[in-house]
Design a protein around this ligand. Structure first.
Ligand code: GLN
Length: 274
C-alpha cells in the first residue's frame, strides 16, 4: 500500500531528522518542499529507493555514506567508505591552523583522507600553498574529487606519512597538520556506531593510539621552518601524552585545546629551529 511522505516521515523507525534527509535524497525536495508536499506519495521508483536506503540505515550504515556527502566547515564533501566521515570536532583543528598560516604560507596535511582539512584550508586561504597526502589511493581519489568540486588548489601525493612528498617537493613548511588514526586498538568504540563502517586504518594505529603521533612529531622537525607549527588532533584522554611527545621532540609553546564538548582534542607545538 502507498503511504504519504508525511506518514513515512513519522513511521520509518528512524529518528525524524534521518528519515527527512533520506526522503529529501529520494524525492529531490529540499526541506521546505518536502514538508509542503507531505500529502503526496513517492513514485514507485522513489518508493523502492526509499526502502533500500531505509534498510541500509536500519542496518547501521552511516548517514554520510548513504547520502554520499557530509558538511564540513560550511562546505559539502563527497564521503565514501574509503574515507573517514568528516567530524565537527575537526573544524577546531582547521581554525587552529587558520590562526597560524602566515601570508603565502606552506601547509601540509598528512593523512588527509577525504580532504576535509586540506581542501577547507585551501578554500579559506587561497594565498597558501597546500599539500596533502594519504597512504590510501582510494581516499586520495575522493579528496581529489572534493578539491575539484570546491575549486581548491591542493597538491596531492600518495605515501606513508613523510614519505609522500620529498623535502625538495615541499620545501620547508610553515604548518604541518594531521588528524591521524589515534584510537587504541582495543577501544570498544571501534565496534560501535558509524565507526564499524569506517576504514579501520583511518581510525586506529592498531597499537596504543599514539604511534602515528610519534612519527608525525619526530618527522616534523626536519620539514618545518624555524617557528613553524605542528598541529595534531587526538583523543580526549591523550592530551598529556601528546604534549610529552611534542616536548621530547624539542617543540616549544606546547599546548592542548579543547573541543566544544570541553574535551582535549588537539595539541600543537612550535618548532624553534636548529
Ligand atoms: N574522532 C574520531 C572518533 O573518535 C576518530 C578520528 C581519528 O581517529 N582520527 O570517532
Amino acid at each position: 500500500m502507498k503511504h504519504t511522505i508525511d506518514h513515512l516521515l513519522r513511521h520509518s523507525g528512524l529518528p525524524r531528522l534521518e528519515a527527512r534527509m533520506l526522503l529529501q535524497a529520494v524525492s529531490g525536495y529540499d526541506h521546505a518542499a518536502l514538508l509542503m508536499h507531505g500529502n503526496e506519495c513517492l513514485s514507485e521508483n522513489q518508493a523502492a529507493q526509499w526502502q533500500q536506503l531505509l534498510a541500509r540505515r536500519l542496518a547501521g550504515e552511516p548517514m554520510a555514506y548513504i547520502l554520499g556527502k557530509r558538511e564540513f566547515y560550511g562546505r559539502l564533501f563527497a564521503t565514501t567508505p574509503a574515507t573517514l566521515i568528516p567530524r565537527p570536532e575537526t573544524e577546531h583543528l582547521v581554525e587552529a591552523v587558520l590562526a597560524r598560516i602566515p601570508p603565502g604560507g606552506k601547509v601540509w596535511d598528512l593523512g588527509t583522507g577525504g580532504g576535509a582539512v586540506a581542501v577547507t584550508l585551501a578554500c579559506e586561504r587561497p594565498d597558501a600553498a597546500v599539500f596533502a597526502s594519504d597512504i590510501s589511493k582510494d581516499a586520495l581519489a575522493v579528496a581529489g574529487r572534493n578539491a575539484a568540486t570546491l575549486g581548491a588548489n591542493v597538491r596531492f601525493a600518495c605515501g606513508s606519512w613523510y614519505q609522500a612528498f620529498a623535502p625538495e617537493q615541499t620545501g620547508l613548511l610553515d604548518i604541518i597538520v594531521s588528524n591521524p588514526p589515534y584510537i587504541e586498538a582495543d577501544d570498544p568504540h571501534l565496534a560501535q556506531g558509524d565507526l564499524r563502517f569506517e576504514p579501520a586504518g583511518a581510525l586506529t594505529d592498531f597499537a596504543d593510539g599514539l604511534s602515528a603521533i610519534r612519527v608525525l612529531a619526530a618527522g616534523a622537525r626536519e620539514r618545518l621552518q624555524a617557528n613553524g607549527w605542528l598541529l595534531m588532533e587526538h583523543g580526549w584522554n591523550q592530551g598529556e601524552a601528546v604534549r610529552k611527545i611534542l616536548q621530547d621532540n624539542g617543540f616549544a609553546e606546547v599546548a592542548t585545546e579543547q573541543d566544544l564538548a570541553g574535551l582535549d582534542r588537539l595539541s600543537m607545538g612550535r618548532w624553534p629551529g636548529g
